[in-house]
Each structure stands twice: as C-alpha cells, then as structure tokens.
Design a protein around this ligand. Structure first.
Ligand code: ATR
Length: 264
C-alpha cells in the first residue's frame, strides 16, 4: 500500500484528499492520501522522518511548511529551486526530493479557462509577494511573461523581484494595472484594486478557491473579463503531484466535478 498526503496548518478544509483519493480509486491503486496537520516545525520534521524511513511515499506541502520542506530536502528539482519553496516531497531510499507543481498548476488553469491567452510576451501583474506569489512567479517568467509585482509592503516585492531577475519589476502603484494582460491575485486577503482600469481583453485569475467564484472573480466577470479560478490551479498541480507520489499518471476523471460536488 502506498501512503501519500498533504501537510499544512490549517489543513482541515483542503480539497487535496478528495481529489487524490478519487484518482486512487479510479486507477485501482492500492494507496491512500491523508491530511496531516503538524502543530509546529518539529511536527513537520517528524513527518519527513517517517518518509525517510519508508512509511510515507510522498507529500504535498502547503502553508506554512513550503520553505521548511525545501530546506529539509536532499535533492531539489529545478521548479522548486526557482521558487525556494516546495509543494511536493517524494521519499525514496531514505532520500527526500523536493519539487514544485504550483507553477504547472497556473499554466494548466490558464490553458483550461483562458485558452486564447498567450503567456509568452504578456505583461502579468501579480498582486502579492508572499509565499503564494513566490511559488508561481518563476514559472510565469520562464513561460516568457513580463512580471510586475504589486504589494502593500514594497520591500517584500523587491526581495521577490531580486530573486527572479530581469523580467520582473516592482510596481509603483495601481497605475500598473492599465497595461496588464493578466492579473493574478496571490494575496491572503481579498484584493481591493479598481478593475475598471483594466483593458477589455485582460484576464483575471484568483489563486484562492473558497469559494470557487470569489468576489474578485465575480467582479471581473461582471465587467465582461475572462476569469481563471483557483480550483483549476489546484487540479492542475494535483496531476504532477499524484504521479510523483504514487508513481502512476492520474487516470482520466472529471476532477472538477468531483471537487464541485464536495464543495456544494
Ligand atoms: P501566502 O502564503 O498566502 O502567500 P503570506 O506569505 O503571508 O501568505 O503573504 C500574504 C500576502 O498577502 C502578502 O503579499 C501580503 O502583503 P504584505 O507583504 O504587505 O504583508 C498580502 N496581504 C495580506 N493581508 C493584506 C491586506 N489586508 N491588504 C493588502 N495585502 C495583504
């Protein structure tokens, strides 16, 4: 039996166990995917030790443990290296490998819900400079986007931009929105930006998915803008995670329907 899971705090409302267990059942894999909620970094270390001992095959990692996951790994995949955080840990022969599928999740979500949008050459405005922004910014730059980071605390945006290199700028103020092809909300609080300044063909994405249609996305839709939701991103990162943890590709299954049924 293969054991996988998601580790974070809080973790009770994570959809990941619903998604992965639906795949496990559809693929007839003898495995289980559970939620772990360590109360502190020591608890997280204990879980990683269980993985090293062969008791757990792999973990998805979410806040606040993504940076610790990165730091504890023996081997680091390029996608994780680019972000300094990991959302996947895979355990094999006592070693810990860190990877990140958050960037892949954003690319998947854009392809699913804004198929006409071309990231290569696009001007992307990222709202926020915390862990969520950091986890996906590198993938956007690698896909050819020009990134502007708009954040309440400017120094944090500067630190993220410095880590990412030349294709990334720190936005002075909301004036940057007028030139945006894509706006991504990576804040832990609802954005308060004025959507009326956006171009008519701008795409608006939210990384959060509770509710799936956030007030931010609803306001964008009311303006006729194309929107991309955080559930599509969650499903997009779940595919590579499943394959890394359970060793087989996810079977074909309408995971969005599975998730929506659970959220209702
Ligand atoms: P996460 O892991 O969810 O990204 P985080 O690392 O704490 O969490 O980052 C939270 C982000 O939301 C930051 O960009 C934060 O802005 P600051 O860097 O200025 O703190 C932003 N944020 C949180 N609450 C906010 C609020 N009330 N108004 C504006 N920005 C907020």
């Amino acid at each position: 039996v293969r054991l996988g899971g998601v580790v974070g705090n809080p973790i009770g409302h994570s959809l990941s166990p619903i998604l992965h267990n639906a795949w496990l059942e559809a693929a007839a894999v003898d495995g289980s995917y559970v939620a772990f909620q360590p109360k502190d970094p020591n608890g997280f270390r204990t879980l990683v030790a269980a993985g090293r001992a062969g008791l757990i095959q792999g973990l998805n990692v979410t806040a606040p443990f993504k940076e610790q996951a990165f730091a504890l790994a023996d081997d680091i995949a390029p996608a994780a290296k680019a972000t300094g955080s990991a959302n996947i840990l895979v355990f094999e022969d006592g070693r810990v490998r860190a990877d990140s599928a958050d960037g892949a999740g954003v690319l998947y979500a854009l392809a699913e819900q804004a198929p006409a949008f071309e990231l290569n050459g696009a001007h992307v405005v990222m709202l926020g400079a915390g862990g969520a922004a950091r986890a996906v910014a590198g993938a956007l730059v690698q896909a050819g986007a020009r990134l502007s980071i708009l954040n309440r605390t400017r120094s944090r945006a500067e630190a993220l931009a410095a880590d990412l290199g030349a294709a990334v700028a720190v936005a002075e103020d909301e004036g940057v929105l007028a030139g945006a092809d894509l706006v991504i909300n990576a804040l832990s609080a609802p954005p308060t930006i004025d959507l009326s300044v956006l171009k008519a063909d701008a795409v608006v994405m939210d990384m959060t998915y509770k509710p799936v249609l956030t007030p931010f996305l609803a306001a964008a839709q009311a303006r006729g803008l194309i929107t991309v939701d955080g559930l599509a991103m969650l499903i997009g990162q779940a595919g590579p995670s499943f394959e890394a943890i359970f060793g087989v590709p996810p079977p074909p299954l309408d995971l969005r329907a599975v998730a929506m049924a659970h959220l209702e």
